[in-house]
Design a protein around this ligand. Sequence first.
Ligand code: C2E
Ligand code: MG
Ligand code: MG
Length: 754
Amino acid sequence: MQDMNKVAQTTRFRRFSAAVTFLRNSLRQLTNWPLAIGLLIGFAVFTIAALVVQTETDHELETLKNQANVHLLTLGARLEGEVNSNLVVLRGLRAEISINPDITHEELASLVSEYLFYYPAISHVALAPSLIVSDVYPLEGNEAAIGLNYRNQPDQLKGVMESIYNDDITLTGPINLVQGGRKFIGRIPVYSGSKKSELWGVVAVVLNMEKMLEAAGIDSFLWGMKVALRTRQMDGQKTEVMLGDAAVFGADAAMVDVVLPNLRWQLAAIPKNGWKLPYQKTQYWWLISVVLSVLAGVAAYLISANYRERLMAVENASFWANFDGLTGLPNRRYFNARFRSLIEEHRQQGSGFAVFNLDLDFFREVNDSWGHAMGDRVLRSFARRMSRTVRADDLVARLGGDEFIMVLQDIDSPAQAELLAENLQRELIEPYEMDDERFSITISLGISMFPLDGEDEETLLLNATRAKDEAKRAGRNRIAFFNEAISLEMSRHVEMHNEILEGIRTHQFELYYQPIQHLKTGQIHKCEALIRWHHPEKGLISPAEFIPVAEQTGVIRNLGDWVLQQACHDYQSFQDKGVNMSISVNRSPAEFFGRDCEQHWLDILEQNRMNNADLIFEITESLLMDDNEQQRKVIRNLRSKGVAVAIDDFGTGYSSLSYLRDYPMDFLKIDRSFVSGILHDTQMRTLTEVMIKMGQTLGIQVVAEGVETMQQQALLATLGCDYIQGYLLGRPMPLDDFIEFCLPRQAQSAVELS
Ligand code: C2E
Ligand code: MG
Ligand code: MG
């Protein structure tokens, strides 16, 4: 279980390192582009400067517009005052005429001449009793107006009616006069009679626009701006420009209204050349922005180019100091540094690794016969194949000449190392094709294991080299472990690993069944499936011999799957023959390390239509000793699906009560070694008794293994043991024999029961 935590930790560490490397590489890529960085920064500075200049320009223009508005408001107010003061004359005239409706021309002349003196913008005054012009002052030039009947002049009548309706001064125009000219006319109605309620007629003043504008100080060009005045559109009338250029009334003009009795005019202004800041000022700002941007860009370029150069220099130096120029693999220096940290990492995680020291057999001959250039090419291909064969996080280095070193991480068993070494050897001895030549190469490879063969760099390297020398001495083209015993054993293991795989393929395995009897009732409804190997040359091989090897090389999983499948299959035979039986199958701890192993087993059960309640998994105490939630989950899941779990060989491990409490179990199998001693060894008997009591207390059924005599059986019965298994009852036997063994006994119990 700790192993799984270690694997998770290592994976996390590797992911983190990969992320850091990726970031570093990306940064390096970036620094290869100082020009891009210079341009980017220049552009960024220019954008910011442009924004600032634009905002400033907008602000200044706004101020200009505001100033123009203030000017216009002043002018507008002056013009309003000017027009209104001229129109006020009408009130005086109205008062005079309402008192003296029959005013003579002379009387009018003396009255008006005075007004005209003070109000030079009034060009003439007209009296229209009964809305027919009867008198005009001054008459000269206006004779044509005499006798004009407003009722016949539609454009005049409108203004006349409005003044009568409003009973106040009304300004209309501009209107074409009969005597010539186009003018604005101010009018007021006059009433007479004793109660001043009879409409006498209308008095009008005709205004001279030029004079009014002059008096108000308005001209078409003021303070560097074009100014214009027009009538504002009212009652569907068209606007008419009275001063300046119609184009001034554009959308962006500054504009104010001039409010007059019954009329509105509009005053507008735009700068002579449109709304622009003085040329030099804008240019000046843009120039500063461009210069700033160029300076910033150049500075960024220089800094990053300099940085890149330094980085590349450092990288080149560190690359050549750490890597081999020929193969591109890490060199001895890099290897030593990394190897030290690898040892530390594995020491902390409590995991092992393998060190391979290898070289090419007879490489000197390649160099001598084909030249060093060809030798170098072979070495390069060789190195490429090595890197390709191992996992990404394994370490491969060239120590010099044709000597290479590899560290294969997270390998705890020599058998795994041997398998990987064989795989590597197979890859490396494939012929090398160069320029129509084929080179066949063999390698000698020495293995040392951490921590088995050493716990520091020197010892591990020395021992791997010694092992390689041993391989050379033994005739080259071989793999040797530092430890000779291991070396031999590993070759045997690898051989057996392959033989087991072959054995599964060619049906060399068989399941035997050993009965388990219920002590109180004598019934036999349980059995244990035990694997047997009929080896074509070596004959029957005991599981005690091949199971431990299978566990080490990992082939136990293939074997375990076969056992489970076969047991399910045999279960169907029991059913067909009318034998009522549940089967125990053994599971090795190594089988629990796969991901979702329980789901895999449950799938096998389902595919084979096995009744889960008739299956018991036997596990060993050692599996429970690691405090691993994953294992607990597997056992919980199995039990929740109806599969029972038994602890096998109980008492031989650490027999701690605590794990029985943490892992709910169904059966507890007391190991044979206790049973064999219960009759004459009091300690054994006491321990057996304790184990039985413990089972009873925790509600777990107890099976005694290896019961060989009647006395043992009798004693176990007295101690309260639930089941017995052993030669006394029956040896493990082939399926057919077992069915024959069971049939009469189950029939007998049925009779006894009935
Ligand atoms: P185990 O699971 O404790 O199996 C009981 C072993 O005790 C069997 O040995 C059985 O033949 C033996 N035995 C039973 N009664 C007696 C007796 O009265 N006296 C003596 N001296 N021995 C008795 P076997 O079949 O040789 O199996 C040895 C071990 O191999 C098993 O121990 C089990 O741990 C393992 N094994 C067997 N089959 C499998 C399998 O399919 N998978 C796994 N993982 N392990 C298996
Ligand atoms: Mg067993
Ligand atoms: Mg056992």
